[in-house]
Write a protein of this length. Sequence first.
Length: 322
Amino acid sequence: MTAALLVLLGLVGLVLGGEMLVRGSVSVAKGFGLSPMVIGLTLVGFGTSSPELVTSLQAALSGSSGIAVGNVVGSNIGNILLILGVAALMAPVAVDPRAFQRDGLVMIAATTACLIVVLNGEATRPIGALFFFSLCVYLAATLWYEMRHQGSPSGEVYEAEAEAVPGPDLALGPSLMIAVAGLVVTVLGARALVSGAVSIAEAAGLSEAVIGLTIVAIGTSMPELATAVIAVRKGEGDVALGNVLGSNIFNILGILGITAWVQPMQIPAEIMRLDIWVLVAASLVLMLFARTRWTVSRREGASFVLCYGIYLTVLLTMATGT
């Protein structure tokens, strides 16, 4: 089986498996009476990030730390410049000031922590545990706030994310089966993707980090892109923005945290030279754009997409030496 076919099958498995996992988990949670807000904040957040998590874990355990770390950094860059950019091009994205000031600042803090770890050159087990603990604290604090402020705009965004999960509510047994099957398909997809990505890197003379930052990162971000497009079509641009912020927080604190906790990793030097700085710059520009009239305009969305194209061009030019 060719490497390209392995990558394609892996991406399909990740997308389908992640969707099944989210559907099954949300249906189980509804059966136990959990509120849509809690489901949107936790299960949907973890579920849409499951392709990145399983892929980074598989890569790290296989000794491909470049793919594991590149997947996280590349996904976060793509979330801002590509996914939010495309969403804003479709329709201006409205920003809720109170929710953005909280989640946006947490995203900046997480990105800063990621910068420090990358520049240090190593993601250790204690760092991974600290990241995951920080994510748990963030989720607990957010839940506490939203429970005390029922009907807040940010709470409505989380509820909308839960209600956006397609499919009918099922009984507990079928829901569990769908969730477990989704997890299995996601794991198998991750194995195929990592195996194919490593083969492509070797054949093309590219580093695993470059493959992780491009093919793997873009592929594992497809659930977020689908969520953003659906939200914008429904006129719920705030859901698209909330999904990007939440995904970036989950990717750093959850995915990088859990992966480093399970398997400590060395950070490839090339990520220190370019990619982490692109992520920091994109995060800061997002904060600036969002605070301008509390809207991400079509023009700003176009600039995001253009910058993403420039970033990929520079990345591949540096990687190939052309």
